[in-house]
Design a protein around this ligand. Structure first.
Ligand SMILES: [Zn+2]
Length: 284
């Protein structure tokens, strides 16, 4: 699952390539849209909302896409070789005279009336990277479930939209709390949420996602995907365990010395199951 900053950057690139331009060709490779043709219409805007991307098209139509695990958009000049994966993984192609925008492996490709966008994104909490970010509203939603584990509450897009596993893991390290602390037991919830937002803001204009200040590979995270390795602050071995129920369970990482609060006992089999999350790539 990409973080909101990945979606934000993809949206920025797509907006620069498509907005204000007339589509010269569209190719929807999902069964329900197989006969749809939006060529001749102008793309009005491309708007990220949390991890959703809304491409608004002339005539009151919005293309709704969601990246989920490994969906991605690539941009190519006409004649370029497409490199985002095998042809059968292409879900949608939007073309204008300058660009071919190719959506790979997108699990959600749907058209809806622009006026009905709330039906797909209306449930989302305040958008961490959105122009209408509302800290008080995010806090209100978080505090409405005081017994929720903070690690899961930060991931719940109904509380705040855009934060994913990387940033919630890292911000909890930086605030010295395990992901299993109850929302009501977090000492300064506002500062925790704002810190998470600042981490995302610091990375939204680049593909790298550093929470430590270093862009060097292997030095860019405090605990995320570092199970079994020494804590950068205290040298204690970082541990990991799943949090939440399947299929929404996510791997949490924490330093048992630097982070206070409840935590489960990690098991070796869990540690072996982890794998690096692929960063959603966007080309060129
Ligand atoms: Zn530590």
């Amino acid at each position: 699952m990409p973080e909101g900053d990945t979606v934000w950057l993809a949206g920025e690139r797509l907006r620069a390539a498509l907005a204000g331009q007339v589509l010269t060709k569209t190719d929807f490779r999902v069964p329900q849209l197989a006969t749809t043709d939006l060529s001749g219409r102008e793309v009005l805007d491309v708007v990220p909302r949390g991890k959703h991307l809304l491409t608004r098209i002339e005539g009151g139509v919005t293309l709704h896409t969601h990246f989920r695990m490994d969906g991605t958009w690539h941009l190519y000049a006409p004649g370029d070789r497409w490199t985002g994966g095998p042809d059968w993984q292409v879900r949608v192609v939007l073309e204008n005279v300058q660009w071919q925008a190719v959506g790979y492996r997108l699990p959600v490709v749907a058209l809806l009336a622009t006026g009905d966008e709330d039906s797909v994104v209306g449930h989302l909490g305040p958008d961490v990277l959105g122009p209408d970010w509302d800290l008080d509203e995010a806090l209100r939603r978080l505090r409405a479930k005081p017994d929720a584990e903070i690690g899961l509450a930060l991931l719940d897009q109904r509380n705040l939209a855009g934060l994913g596993n990387l940033y919630r893991t890292e911000v909890l390290f930086l605030r010295g709390l395990t992901p299993w602390v109850k929302v009501s037991d977090v000492p300064d919830l506002a500062s925790l949420v704002e810190k998470g937002r600042r981490l995302m803001l610091g990375n939204r204009d680049r593909w790298e996602q550093s929470t430590t200040g270093s862009l060097r590979r292997g030095e860019d995270h405090w605990v995320f995907e570092r199970a079994g390795r020494p804590c950068r602050r205290c040298g204690t071995r970082i541990i990991s365990a799943e949090q939440g129920a399947a299929p929404q369970a996510r791997l949490s990482y924490w330093c048992p010395a630097c982070q206070l609060g409840p935590a489960p006992t990690p098991t070796p089999s869990r540690a072996r199951r982890e794998r690096p999350l692929g960063r959603t790539r966007y080309a060129p």
